[in-house]
Design a protein around this ligand. Sequence first.
Ligand SMILES: *[C@@H]1O[C@H](CO)[C@@H](O)[C@H](O)[C@H]1NC(C)=O
Ligand SMILES: *[C@@H]1O[C@H](CO)[C@@H](O)[C@H](O)[C@H]1NC(C)=O
Length: 590
Amino acid sequence: MCRLLFVLAAAAAAVPCSRGDSGAGLKGENSACCSALSSDLPSILSPSSPQYTIRTASYWSRSAQLSPACIIQPRTTQDVSVVLATLRTHPACSDTQFAVRSGGHMSWAGANNIDNGVTIDLGYLNGTTLDVKTRVARVQPGARWGGVYAVLDPLGVTVVGGRAAGVGVGGFLVGGGNSFYSAQQGFACDTVVEFELVLGRGEIVKASAQENSDLFQALKGGSSNFGVVTSFAMQAFPAGPLWGGVVSYPKSTTQQHIDAYVSWTAGLNDYPYGSSLVFWTYLPAVGDIVILGVYEDTTGTVAASPAFDKVMAINGTTSTMRVDSHKGLTDELEQPTGYHDIWFTLTFKNDPLIYAHIVFLHEQMVQAWKSESGDPDFITQCMFQSIPTIFAKHSIAKGGNMLGLHRLAENVVMLLLNIAVKTPELEVRASAMLRRYVERIKEFAESRDGLVEWVYLNYADGSQDPLASYGLENVEKIRKVAEKYDPDGVFQKKAPGGFKISKVGTIVVVFTAADCIVVVVVQVELLVVAPVPILLLVRVPSKLVIVAHLILGVVVRIKVLSILVLLVRVKLLVASFLVVPPACIVFADD
Ligand SMILES: *[C@@H]1O[C@H](CO)[C@@H](O)[C@H](O)[C@H]1NC(C)=O
Ligand SMILES: *[C@@H]1O[C@H](CO)[C@@H](O)[C@H](O)[C@H]1NC(C)=O
């Protein structure tokens, strides 16, 4: 029996989880909740309405286009408050889970949408206004960065925001936010001076350096763990056009690009007006990998710094380098829609051999996928972005964020590895393949002592654990603030999407049967272990199960860190299948 269960466990653990359908309840039940919500608000979309189809199709990635029981579209902060209060207290909604969508750019299923549940679509909360005197811009979560710059550019100011016009404001800002201006000013979240948000019980609160300052800090990188942000006050600043654009190159220039980017990353603290990223990308139109370089000088000066010398010496095939508005440059960096997208990210030291190995593995991956999938219509990106120490310096000067980058002593590099494919079936296979390549990259980086713990939330796959990578201290801060401002755990349980602090680090998988229990503690990508709650699902009232429950319950309650560490560090390599995504609780029962 036990052996059978292990086999079962292997099968269950291999199934990717949190595809947005975790216990969201039956469709029928939730449509009663939708009806209850519709008596509060006029704008509620059922699956049969054309607007529902339009809003669903407006998610950037097909992977995120799920089927909620209804989509609710608040028009004011007050509406959001009413929706949250109803979801929490109305009897018809007691088992209903919900998701929150701002721009809807995060690609993985369940990050911003929910099958059979209620999706709160903040699309109408999309305003941008500027207080000319204080230069504070108020931007709402449902706006997209292209729309924000369209308002601000003509006023001669801008904000530290996204680099692709179609990315939404809300998720980007609570997840960090890398910008053309980050070397100059820090992550976008660091430039927020006040958040307005609705908490789980429907209270509308503000968070700033003066008011609810713990929440203010936690919202900068702590993501969707506290409430629904309805407005961001951002410190804008005078800005004119930038010099920037995209240059393409043949892949034969690989080594020159690696050398150039190593130098660029090493020198970025001395040239904070610059911004650059480089990526190797398989493009179906070309049928091969090409290299694209994206360069900006935020002062608008052409090739202003010797920092560009190395890369400008590489002969490109095409170039769009020009002086243009912030909006114009972000329009150019839009990514194609109509695909199922899988993104993974990791961070490594600025070591040329690690870049070279990643580029090599990316090429291998492209070849393997070409022959294995039989579908030439796919896109990959193997993208490098500098994360210099100056980012954290700006953050600290502005009150600090949750990303934990102050722990890094040197400039490092973030990798975004992604693939876009055409069908859900291909997505499952591509995801498994990508995961294998990510593991190989990690192994290589580790072998050169070059793997950096940091995982950037906005690029992370649902199976990654970015909050854990922000360090024990920040994990605890986020946890405390979440408990304080969301004492009912609405944003942990009722809104399960995105990266949740209650799921950080440890997973306990319990398999039970009449004659045995298998308790597996799996730790994923967590170098320091936080005293995390153990997620233990036990349904069988057998004596042994109760004992296991008690033991683990005590461990949780008294937070015996050392025992947890022991359990976790032992890394129960019962079999290689124990690569379970975090947030994935597998429950098997006889
Ligand atoms: C805001 O949303 C409304 C409704 O979807 C849309 O008509 C309008 O164009 C949007 N405004 C901006 C600035 O994107
Ligand atoms: C770039 O192209 C020019 C003209 O075609 C050529 O003379 C030069 O050697 C090339 N430089 C590099 C680095 O390949």
